[in-house]
Every structure is written in C-alpha cells, then in structure tokens.
Write a protein that binds this ligand. Sequence first.
Ligand SMILES: *Cc1c(COP(=O)(O)O)cnc(C)c1O
Length: 418
Amino acid sequence: MHHFQYRDQVLFAEDVPLEKIGQEVGTPCYVYSYATLTHHFKVFDGAFAEVPHLTCYSVKACSNIAIVRLFARMGGGTDIVSGGELFRALKAGVPANKIVFSGVGKTEKEIAMALEAGILMFNVESEQELLTIAEVAKQKGKTAPISLRVNPDVDPKTHPYISTGLKKNKFGIDIQLAKSLYLKAKEIPYVRVVGIDCHIGSQLTTLSPFLDALERIKQLYKELEKEGLGPQYLDLGGGLGIPYHGEEPPHPKEYAQAIIKAAKDLNCTLIFEPGRVIVGNAGILLTKVLYLKQNREKNFVIVDAAMNDLARPSLYGAYHEILPVKNEDKEMLVADIVGPICESGDFLAKDRKIKQVNKGDLLAVMSAGAYGFSMSSNYNSRPRAAEVLVKGSEYFIIRERERYEDLIRLEKIPAWLE
Ligand SMILES: *Cc1c(COP(=O)(O)O)cnc(C)c1O
C-alpha cells in the first residue's frame, strides 16, 4: 500500500499534487510519502511485536538523514555498511546501541569510529576482519561486540547482482567454517561474541530461502550453545521484496509468522535489517519529458532523469512502473524512456507501453524509494536531484538540488596550471 494515487486523473503524493512539486521544486526530484514510510515501518516492526526484536533499517536503501531519523523516532535502529553511514545514523539521532555494522571491507578507521560510538555489534565477514577488530579494540581499551555473518549457501532466486548468500558470493563466512571461527573468537581478547548474522540477498519474493537459511543457522546456533556460546542476537538481515511489476512477495506479517515459528526454540533477540520493503514503494522519481523522437525502429521519450539519478534499470534491468502525472485519455505509445546521458545503457524503461506524452509533461517513476537516490551519482556532471518528503498537505525539501558549484567544490587546479 502506498500514498501515490490519482484523484480526478491527477497524481498526488498524499494530499499534494505532484504537479505542484514539479513546478516549485523542479525536476528530476525524488518524492517520498511520510504516511507510506511510517506505515511500512509499523507493519514490519509490528509483525514481530510478540517476540524480542529490533528492526535495524538498512541505511543504504535510502540514506537521507530525515528518513533515518523518522525510523529512529519510531524506535528503530539501523544497519550500516560504512563509516559514512555511521556518521549519518548518528547525525540522524539513532542510538548507537541500536546500530549494527555489516560489510566485507570495514577499514580500521571505520572500526575505531564504531567502537568509539558504542554500536550494538559488528557483523564480521572474515577472520582477518575479526583479528583487526580485536586489534583496534585493544588499542582503544574496549571490547568489541561481534557476530559472524554466516554465508549459509542458499539460493535467494533473485537477480545475481543482489544475491549475497551463495557460497560463490563475497559475503559472509562459509557456514562450514563458521563454528571453528566462533570457537576462535571466544578465545580472542577484546572481542565478545554476541550474535549470529546472515543476509542472503535482496528483493526475495518467496519465503523458502529465508527459512532454508534460518534452518542452517539454527543448526549452527545449537552447536554453539553446546560449546557454551549461545549468542544473544540472531540477525536475519533484510531482503524481503516488494511488488515492482506483478511480483507477489510475502506480506511482512507472513514473513514474521514463519520466522517466529521457526525461531521459537531459540533463546535470542531477533534483529532484522529491512531496507527495500520499508522505503521502496514510499518514493517516486518525478521527471519531465524533454523531447520525443522516432527513428526507424523505435520511439524515444527523452526525460530529464537519467541513469545517474536512478541506476536500477541500467544496472539490473529493473522494471519501474512509469505513470503520467496527468492521466488523460490518450492513445497508447510504445517507447524507450531514456535520459540525457551519453550511454546507450541510460534508460528508465525499454519498449514500454505508455499513454502518449508531450514535451513538458511530468512522469512519475514509481517504486523508486529504495536504491534510488542513494545510488545516484554525478556522471555527466549532472547535479544530483532534490529530495522531498510529503506529509499530508505539506511538503519539505529534505535535500536541495545540487548546484554546479557543488560539482567542483572539492576540485583543485595545480599551481603550475594557474
Ligand atoms: C543491503 C542490505 C540490507 C537491506 O536489504 P533489502 O533487500 O533492502 O532489505 C540488509 N542487510 C545487509 C547486510 C545489506 O547489505
């Protein structure tokens, strides 16, 4: 469910017509719905109400500090994957003891920063990382709370670029090696084992990979318990999918019921790291039609948003529904919807059947809240888009559109070229 709906053929974000935002803020621009964001967080977090749990929103899905703060205010923690995300989470007011730190390449500097802040746990992805965390903790005179991110070798049946729990993926520690590393960790000073973690991929549309992974993790948990190492936290990562184009992913309640049932004999607090399922359908990318053109093969609708604004179609061949902001009765047209960037891979949709559009019309690229702005870049020296949060009949700019000056702010011309 989301709050981007037509009223008399005009597309609204909650009670604000998108046309108004297009005129006042300009395009391209990301628009998020407060009601949708909070609803999704409540539904997900509420589905686990009956068990001890912590919902750690995955910052990389949509990293704006206003959005991270919103979930923090609702009691959420965060899952971070870099020092930059730690900085954001702290700025947003997330309590450090609700932050979990994932990622295969944490630097010593990032580890030190997280130890200083006092995060809940490091999700460790290799033996060398474990030893490095212990070393940094020693230097700081602290004890690092850790869990091992286990790679359970299950196929999430999603796009290969967003599968993370197969043994050929770079993520996590091979489940067959995890027990011995846990036993090693137990003996290492300056680290304290507090959890087990896995995250098998993103945009999963069935429950079985989650449950297969959980079965394997449970076995490991029981073996660890026998060794006197029953971790306190079981972090099951994120990955629940959303409907982009007819997918029918399990509802968070269904997901929660299945997991609660499967984990009920474990004596631990569950942690989740949802990203997409919370923010995906809570945001759109608003763009304007610049030109129409035809060649012998195809029609092209050239819009002012490009792959630098929304990388998913180019990167994953992802499908995003594209809706006219004014839904008038028109003939249908089949076209590629493309951006201004000088790459043939720069498209938002291919061979898409849409209502005939004209120069100047606004289009809404739907379900762009997750991995939209957060993956955007300045390629082709395009200033990054503005971000807007709608709440009821008001809207707030939560990130200004970049200016040309921002593009070169950190660049320098050497003295010999002056
Ligand atoms: C990206 C990521 C998530 C969030 O994944 P979604 O599919 O957006 O829910 C959670 N945990 C880790 C470790 C991640 O890398």
